[in-house]
Design a protein around this ligand. Structure first.
Ligand SMILES: Cc1cc2nc3c(=O)[nH]c(=O)nc-3n(C[C@H](O)[C@H](O)[C@H](O)COP(=O)(O)OP(=O)(O)OC[C@H]3O[C@@H](n4cnc5c(N)ncnc54)[C@H](O)[C@@H]3O)c2cc1C
Length: 466
């Protein structure tokens, strides 16, 4: 295997707008087709459900359970299946749908009891007490209570005073328990979601696949990763807040990746540890090496001085779809990086330089202050060696008397004027954009791009947090 995988020479065709391929729309359609399968099967098998309200509620329950089971592969880092290989899309959808599911399942008992409450208060009271006390509804009640707590724990994750790894472990364990209880509930209780005995096979199948996925991700995959360890070959602080960390494979295994992709690295020495962090790959100088530019941000990234050369590192990946494949037919490329977002952007830029890409290539690189920039000399040098490349550095906190990098630095934030200046007038629809940085920067920049008439399929992005 080569490192990184070779990218094809650009085959840009003027006049064609190939950028209109809506990758995320395609994923959404494929997702919808998959989650609707149980609903369609239920319709084919036929239902014996009385009344329109119950029919609609039953169909919604089916859909919600189907979406619930799909939450496991969506966040499951399954790069082998195209629908789940786009991790950023998968995790964003996992979070959004998790909130909708939380609301729907919270309302589930209320929606079931609602007709009774409207018809007779006595009947409603009896059903309510029955729902809480009846032993055969216990699995449903426990699933419901656990779901409410766990969804709230996910929504307010950043406000909980617990480590990300502890939260993740609780998230996986909690939702595995909820899946078990909910499957027992739907296969044993009532008409809502249960049709015929043979239909239950679908729920047990989905449950088994979800649990196997957990076993694969937390036991089998770490075992496989353990067989191809890396070791730290270089660790150095490169400015006031960023580190360059390089790792080299210990075995003959080489990771095949494309510039712009990322991996999860685990430096604990234990391949089964939950302490893993995602970082974009920047090619190392030596064959097979992986490099990372890491910004000090929290507990882990602020203790990189404790890493030592030779220390074992386990690598899970590569992941991510922000690669040059997305711009093969574009006539120009604008790269936009904020802070640590320079890592995948630099990787893309180095690849474009290596393949002598003849297109218009522009880089907007923003940071709080000039002391936080990395590899500026290399960027300026690339202006001389690449066919048509220019870099613009942008700093929020720029002293008006700052004499560093004259001609390259402008004060402020990335704005529409700066972005507009990167495109050849009249060719905006043939442009591809790559964005990487913190969430706020990605959202603000995307708004600027839309105002400039750039469509979503033209924008590829990676935000530095899930
Ligand atoms: C796809 C991707 C690529 C990234 N590439 C880079 C890069 O090239 N360079 C760089 O400096 N940073 C990168 N990051 C950000 C980096 O992963 C976090 O800054 C780092 O994990 C924070 O860990 P911490 O313990 O120092 O901070 P903490 O204070 O523990 O965490 C800060 C926040 O980072 C996120 N985070 C923490 N741990 C993880 C984890 N294991 N998985 C996912 N999110 C986590 C959480 O949202 C958390 O709230 C990337 C993030 C993502 C999602």
């Amino acid at each position: 295997m080569t490192t990184p995988t070779a990218t094809k020479t650009p085959t840009f065709k003027a006049g064609i707008n190939p950028l209109s391929l809506p990758k995320r729309t395609k994923l959404a359609v494929a997702y919808l087709a998959v989650v609707l399968v149980p609903v369609v099967i239920a319709q084919l098998l036929g239902m014996e459900i009385e009344g329109l309200y119950t029919s609609i509620l039953s169909a919604l329950n089916l859909l919600a359970m189907s979406v619930f089971f799909m939450q496991f592969p969506l966040a499951g880092r399954i790069k082998q299946l195209p629908l789940f290989a786009n991790i950023d899309w998968g995790i964003t959808k996992h979070k959004q749908l998790g909130q909708y599911l939380g609301i729907f399942f919270f309302l589930h008992p209320i929606l079931i009891l609602l007709p009774k409450a409207l018809m007779s208060f006595d009947d409603f009271s009896v059903s309510l007490v029955n729902s809480i006390t009846s032993p055969h509804l216990l699995t449903g009640l426990l699933a419901w209570l656990t779901m409410v707590v766990w969804v709230l724990m996910s929504v307010f994750k950043d406000k909980l005073n617990i480590q990300y790894e502890t939260w993740r472990a609780l998230h996986v364990i909690g939702f595995s328990i909820i899946a078990t209880l909910a499957t027992l509930h739907i296969t044993t209780v009532g008409s809502h979601g249960q049709y015929y005995q043979q239909f239950n096979v679908i729920w047990w199948l989905l449950y088994t696949v979800s649990m196997l996925l957990i076993v694969y991700n937390y036991l089998i995959k770490p075992y496989l990763i353990k067989q191809r360890p890396y070791a730290i070959s270089y660790v150095e602080k490169i400015n006031e807040c960023d580190w360059q960390v390089n790792i080299a494979p210990i075995t003959s295994n080489r990771l095949a990746y494309q510039p712009g992709q990322f991996v999860w690295i685990n430096t604990t020495g234990n391949p089964y540890s939950f302490e893993q962090h995602p970082f974009s790959i920047v090619a190392g100088k030596e064959q097979g090496q992986l490099g990372f530019i890491i910004r000090e941000l929290g507990d882990y990234t602020s203790s990189l001085d404790q890493l030592t050369a030779g220390q074992t590192v386990y690598v899970d990946g590569p992941y991510g779809s922000m690669t040059l494949d997305q711009s093969q037919l574009a006539s120009g490329i604008t790269l936009i990086a904020g802070g640590a977002g320079i890592a995948p952007i630099l990787s893309l830029l180095r690849q474009l330089a290596m393949q002598h890409d003849p297109r218009v290539i522009r880089l907007l690189y923003a940071n709080h202050n000039p002391a936080r920039m990395v590899y500026v000399d290399e960027l300026i040098e690339l202006e001389k060696t690449m066919t048509d490349f220019k870099v613009q550095l942008i700093c929020e906190q720029l002293n008006v008397h700052d004499e560093t990098l004259p001609g390259y630095l402008v004060p402020g934030l990335i704005n529409q004027t700066l972005i507009n200046a990167t495109m050849t007038p009249g060719k905006e629809s043939q442009w591809t954009f790559y964005l990487c940085g913190p969430k706020g920067m990605i959202s603000a920049t995307t708004v600027h791009l839309h105002k400039l008439g750039i469509t979503q399929p033209q924008i590829n992005f990676e935000q530095l947090a899930f």
